[in-house]
Design a binder for this molecule. Structure first.
Ligand code: GAL
Length: 337
């Protein structure tokens, strides 16, 4: 009798284990795998380049299906999409979180269901990455080190003949147009662009800092207001990304100012239109946010998870400094004719 009860208990345990695995991994590499991709919102210039390349590359690597969802900048909506992907039995998830602070909640969900997950673009904090290692969770992050892009922006200014001090009064008066401040990219670019100036011994003065949430129209609005408020005092405009810098450029030109002559303008991402503006002398510089390198790495690391290989908690892809000297090279790299 005891034996029979024992066998029944074991069987029940096995059934529960299988059930709790949900649609867990069946594929043993990207070849033939079902991949779910969650993007924080589709309406974002840089993430549009990223997701297009990611989808293309995953298919080239033989994924059986790649389904990409628009989180519409709503974490609750994205969490639902993740749960649906799990129910549908995806083998791998690639997630661009709406809120990086939700990483632990999402990591717990995917871990419980045994679905390996590559977080991209919005970096979870170090404590969360350490937790993945400590608990043997199949989670990792692939991204770029945002401090590097900020440093590049600042260095481009220090390399100018007047070092950004247009009026020669010994102080660089600047405005800062931030991305979403919850995002590490926005925080570190803001900090490190200015740090590169002060590290070079230059004096700086912040005229205004506003959040533009990565958005071109917001960039335009903020810089137009600042140019009205501070006029010719504005010497350098730092934008945490190129979309906002493109908006800033519209504001600068309608205020009758000339980039490279009486004002400097910096972005990040190296969107094709920003590289073209740099070549035309209408923008000072940017940093290539390598969506090819990042999307390929994210897919390759997903492949390693599926193959059962050891995966690190963090993979870093370098930025590249873009000025008039390198803008054409970057356009060629982006495949822009
Ligand atoms: C940044 C990028 C921005 C925006 C943001 C979204 O890395 O520079 O343009 O796409 O990611 O999280």
């Amino acid at each position: 009798m005891k034996k029979i009860i024992g066998i029944l208990l074991c069987a029940a345990l096995l059934v529960t284990m299988f059930a709790s695995c949900g649609g867990g991994s069946k594929a043993t590499s990207l070849q033939g795998a079902k991949v779910g991709v969650c993007i924080y919102k589709f309406d974002d210039n840089f993430m549009t380049l990223y997701r297009t390349e990611l989808e293309k590359y995953l298919k080239e690597k033989g994924a059986a299906s790649v389904s990409v969802m628009d989180g519409k900048n709503d974490q609750a909506e994205q969490t639902n999409q993740i749960n649906n992907f799990i129910t549908q039995g995806v083998d791998l998830l690639i997630i661009n979180l709406v809120q990086s602070s939700s990483a632990s909640q999402i990591a717990d969900i995917v871990h419980a269901k045994g679905v390996p997950t590559v977080f991209i673009n919005r970096e979870p904090d170090k404590a969360e990455q350490d937790r993945w290692v400590a608990n043997n969770m199949k989670c990792t992050y692939v991204g770029a080190d945002a401090s590097q892009s900020g440093t590049f922006q600042g260095e481009i200014v220090t390399e100018l003949p007047d070092k950004g001090d247009v009026n020669g009064d010994g102080v660089i008066n600047y405005i800062m147009v931030m991305g979403d401040p919850e995002n590490v990219d926005a925080q570190l670019r803001t900090e490190y662009s200015v740090k590169a100036l002060t590290d070079a011994g230059l004096a700086v003065n912040l005229l205004d800092q506003q959040r533009g949430d990565w958005d071109q129209a917001r960039g335009q609005e903020i810089v137009a207001n600042d140019l009205t408020a501070y006029g010719n005092d504005v010497e350098v405009v730092f934008c945490n990304n190129d979309a906002m810098a493109m908006g800033a450029l519209q504001a600068i030109e309608s205020a009758g100012r000339t980039v490279g002559t009486d004002i400097y303008l910096l972005g990040v991402d190296a969107l094709a239109e920003a590289c073209t503006a740099i070549l035309d002398g209408r923008m000072t510089g940017t940093a290539l946010n390598d969506h090819f390198g990042q999307s390929h790495k994210a897919a390759d690391v997903g492949d390693m998870f599926l193959k059962g290989e050891k995966v690190d908690p963090y993979y870093r892809v370098d930025y590249m400094k873009v000025t008039k000297d390198t803008a054409q090279q970057v356009l060629d790299l982006l495949g822009v004719k």
